[in-house]
Design a protein around this ligand. Structure first.
Ligand code: DAT
Length: 173
């Protein structure tokens, strides 16, 4: 049994996963597991895709790379996909959402190429990550939170921090 919960923070690129995860890690003492960073550092990929301007992730290698850490509990997994993680590893799935115009501004600031920008805007409008989370995990552990403003982020982090405290009361003796 884990002494501390594992949380996935997911959503379209630019919704605020990293910002939320870092703030949550500071507040709760849980560890921020940046899958982006792990894919790069531990070479859990099959090379670089020029078309998508991103690494082609080798999911088996990635799961092997994080398994021990995640099984110990207390991880905040920050990644723009969630259906690859075994259900038994995860206690809460946070899907961050943002308005199209805000996402457009954030991704433009990142200099995303036109095709990648459009693909991500479409993905957000079509609620792709929310559907993936709902299909992959029990409904009760999936929460959708808005991430347009700093106030929303603050309130999201407060809410998740309170959830972590309650989880620990309920699951440890
Ligand atoms: P992600 O990790 O999902 O790609 P990020 O955390 O890097 O996203 O955030 C992208 C940019 O948007 C970054 O400049 C911080 C800003 N941002 C994220 N969430 C925000 C929020 N709720 N309010 C204001 N700015 C936010």
């Amino acid at each position: 049994m884990r002494q501390s919960p594992n949380i996935i923070v997911t959503g379209t690129p630019g919704v605020g996963k990293t910002t939320h995860s870092e703030s949550l890690a500071e507040r709760t003492g849980l560890r921020h597991v940046s899958v982006n960073q792990i894919v790069k550092d531990k070479e859990c990929h099959e090379g670089w895709s020029d078309e998508y301007q991103s690494w082609i992730v080798d999911e088996d290698k990635l799961l092997d790379a994080i398994e021990e850490d995640v099984k110990a509990g207390g991880c905040i997994i920050d990644w723009h996909a969630c259906d690859l993680f075994p259900r038994s590893w995860i206690d809460l799935v946070v899907v961050l959402r943002v308005d199209s115009s805000t996402l457009f501004d954030r991704l433009t600031a990142r200099d995303y190429a036109e095709a990648k920008l459009q693909e991500n805007l479409d993905s957000e409008i079509m609620e792709v990550l929310l559907q993936e989370a709902r299909e992959g995990f029990d409904e009760e552990i999936v929460i959708e939170l808005m991430s347009n403003t700093s106030d929303e982020m603050e309130s999201n982090v407060d809410r998740i921090e309170a959830w972590v405290k309650q989880w620990k009361l309920d699951n440890t003796s």
